[in-house]
Design a protein around this ligand. Structure first.
Ligand code: GDP
Length: 396
């Protein structure tokens, strides 16, 4: 069996185990390394070749984006990762990094339960770091932090261990100050959502040179920061990658620290959906019940040259299947599902069914737009997505 076919089969098996699913977004200020990091994850999960990760920029799918060098359209990928002897399905939604696309970022956040916030170690937290964090927290999405471009501190800025530690701690402090300020008023979050090195919710590394570390990874590999600095300085980056690959560190963090849909949906549904809390559909959404009414929240409409419009989004309840007749919020009548699929390394792969807790790609929903609620019963649509506006900053 081909590798790709095997991964599809793995994904199909895991789709029915919501406890092993993580729906995540990577969010960052422009140029902080989101695309490069995403490619590392795809390569680590065997979705693209390791050699081309970082060059391939798999998530930059639009020609227009390539030309302009920025990520515009939210793209989706699914991958598998083994953590503590259990295989996990990780559905990753790419969020646009550019401020003009704030609405898209929030829509992507609605579909996920965890957000990996990437911050450039040299630049530190920037205005869009704050914006993406706010968008995540407002949607009830839990953050973790990856501090990127640490290679630059070591090799370019020639910082010593103390200076570097100070700088990294300052980034963590700044991010935590933002998180603390934003979560203070949120009484539906009863855990501490600030991030910490000791807790394992902070990773460091270099997406460009494909190495990364976290407290748990250092304990596992036995490598300390001193050794990492030595190898980076000596330009032994391949060895660093081989011994402490970035994708393992980040994907382990994702599996360990982000909630699965069963944990996330009961908390998130009251925050993002204002329908009758005592209704059947409220209950099946909170339970991630694959036997319940179908509820899909569309986050993005893409165009496939062969299949036409593809609606992508989060299945909060029920199971999506070909042939279903579904309501589309804000429109009269129903649309018929022509196909259902998942995303594999950015490509759509048709499957027979997509149950609750997953990200689906659907054709046939001709009336759906980004933000539509698509369902098998007439229901209160999801809250309209609030666009968090900020001054437009053009990329220099
Ligand atoms: P995005 O806008 O957040 O998606 O950022 P990209 O992934 O496109 O990266 C922006 C630039 O930073 C590119 O030139 C990357 O090669 C570079 N870059 C990304 N990660 C690193 C890193 O870890 N170290 C260094 N030195 N450069 C990086």
């Amino acid at each position: 069996m081909g590798r790709r076919k095997k991964i599809v089969q793995e994904c199909e098996t895991l789709m029915d185990k919501p406890e092993n699913i993580r729906n995540i977004a990577i969010a960052a200020h422009v140029d902080h390394g989101k695309t490069t990091l995403t490619d590392n994850l795809l390569a680590g999960a065997g979705m693209i070749s390791d050699d081309t990760a970082g060059e391939q920029l798999a998530m930059d799918t639009e020609e227009d984006e390539q030309e302009r060098g920025i990520t515009i359209d939210a793209a989706n990928v699914s991958m598998t990762h083994e953590y503590e002897d259990t295989n996990h399905l990780i559905n990753l939604i790419d969020t646009p990094g550019h401020v003009d696309f704030g609405g898209d970022v929030t829509r992507a956040m609605r579909a996920v339960d965890g957000a990996l916030v990437v911050v450039d170690a040299v630049e530190g937290a920037m205005p869009q770091t704050e914006t993406v964090l706010r968008q995540a927290l407002r949607e009830g999405v839990k953050p973790t932090l990856f501090i990127n471009k640490v290679d630059r501190l070591i090799s370019e800025l020639q910082e010593g261990p103390e200076e570097m530690q100070e700088r990294l701690l300052a980034v963590i402090r700044d991010v935590n100050e933002l998180i603390r300020g934003m979560t203070e008023e949120m009484d539906d979050i009863d855990e501490d959502w600030t991030v910490g090195v000791e807790e394992g919710t902070v990773g460091f590394g270099s997406a460009l040179y494909k190495w990364g570390v976290s407290m748990p990874s250092m304990q596992r590999t036995g490598m300390d920061f001193g050794e990492i600095m030595e190898l980076e300085r000596a330009d032994k980056r391949q060895e660093l990658h081989d011994r402490t690959p970035l994708s393992d560190v980040v994907l382990d963090m994702v599996c360990e620290h982000f909630p699965n849909p069963i944990d996330a949906q009961p908390r998130r549904i009251p925050r993002i959906w204002r329908g009758d809390a005592d209704s059947d559909v409220a209950e099946t959404m909170q339970l991630v019940d694959e036997e319940g009414e179908v509820v899909l929240m569309v986050t993005d409409i893409g165009i496939d040259p062969h299949a036409g419009e593809i609606a992508a989004g989060r299945v909060f309840s029920g199971t999506l299947e070909k042939g279903q007749e579904l309501y589309v919020s804000g429109t009269a009548g129903k649309n018929r599902v022509q196909s259902v699929g998942i995303y594999m390394g950015g490509e759509r792969q048709e499957v027979d069914r997509v149950p609750a807790g997953n990200i689906a790609a659907v054709t046939g929903l001709k009336d759906a737009i980004a933000g539509s609620t698509v369902s098998s019963v007439e229901m209160t649509p999801f809250e309209s997505i609030e666009h968090i506006s900020e001054p437009v900053i053009t990329k220099s």
